[in-house]
Design a protein around this ligand. Sequence first.
Ligand SMILES: [Zn+2]
Ligand SMILES: [Zn+2]
Length: 458
Amino acid sequence: MSQNNSFEASTPVNKPSTAYLDAMEQSILAKVAAAHEEAAVDDRESYPGQQALWEEASASADANQPLAEMIVRDLHDHPETAFEEHRSMALLSGIASERGFPVERGVYGVPTAFEAEWTSPGYDPVVHPTVAIMAEYDALPNIGHACGHNVIAAAGVGGFLAATQAISSLGGVEGRILIQGTPAEEGHSGKEYMIRGGSLKGVDAAVMIHGFGYDIGSQAWVGRRSVQVTYRGVAAHASSQPFMGRNALDAASLAYQGIGLMRQQMPPSDRVHAIMNGGDRPSIIPREAHMHIFARSLGTDTLMDLSRRVDDIVRAAAVMAGVEVEVEWDEHPMTLPVRNNEMMVERWTRAQALRGRTALPAGTVPDTVAASTDFGNVSHLVPGIHPMVKVSPSDVALHTEAFAEWAQTPAAVSAAVDSAAGLAQVAIDFLADPQFRALAQAEFDAQGPVSVQELLGE
Ligand SMILES: [Zn+2]
Ligand SMILES: [Zn+2]
């Protein structure tokens, strides 16, 4: 006889209500409809940037559709997790070297990173700008390409080829375009390690895309810090001599409660989540207990505030329980929120419209529906964009088996091809249009650069 839930529960067990999600979906759909209506009456026949180059880049992205399909499927069939992406890196860097681009592997201190370079015939590093197109390719443990980084890779490589082919055939643009293979995004901050190795030296702007359930020009991504906490107490017989023990699990439990109570006073920009474990048998006062906590926020300053409060709580809990504590922040470097450059997003949006996609404006999907990415760190050092491209139906979340399934469909391939055209176009405009470049830079300068190492006083 089951003793679980012997009283009549007033709400169904293990069935969270979808009421909030349903209401959010309705509000998103209304915004999507309004955005499509606006797009329909807008004059989208011409591109405000480099029209002839756009047509050439767009045609090149289409011509490389079989290549995009090969990358999407090949990476999906051979998923590799953070820092293990040797096969993926070899495939992608091989495509660039086969086409005659100089390629370097294991760049900026990361063995599975790569970079290929194109420079215009008259390129002068003092005078001419550089755009980096970024390609991720790491998968998640157990569920493969459930974040669709195979699609990001296909879009990045396709964008690099489309931009360089268009400029090479039409000429008239001076500058440098890089494709940077940026591994280990999932929880490992690969881009921050590359930044510390010099990946952004001489780079004036960075662009990449991410798959999603909607096309969105500018979507919020929260910054993230991680903390590992170890409490060490004194084991004792829990019945005969409990007074001779100091309970490490008590400390973890107090910290867990402290974080829970803090939540009411947190700003809506913030998220904190924790797991804990400790002890072997109820009859032994636990000598050791562990917590792993993530703190996230939409702002860099609020993220630093939140992490200081979490730090206070985990240390205070040790004092209450009378045990030792070891606090290790950021086993991999923290990630910052994404700062989308709206000048560049506008170009992206126009370019996507010409591909038949309506890139929805910021705020279409609420900022609270946010994850974290190491591109945030890039976007705090150079002007950048990280638009979302529709790969799946809107109710499919990233990091699910369902999203992994969608990441190998024709929808994923067409997302990669349309994105390749869009990335190429933004890169071309950045090189070709000094006025656009100055406006993008001015927008960036209004907030100024922020480096993780400076932020942490390292
Ligand atoms: Zn992910
Ligand atoms: Zn991702």
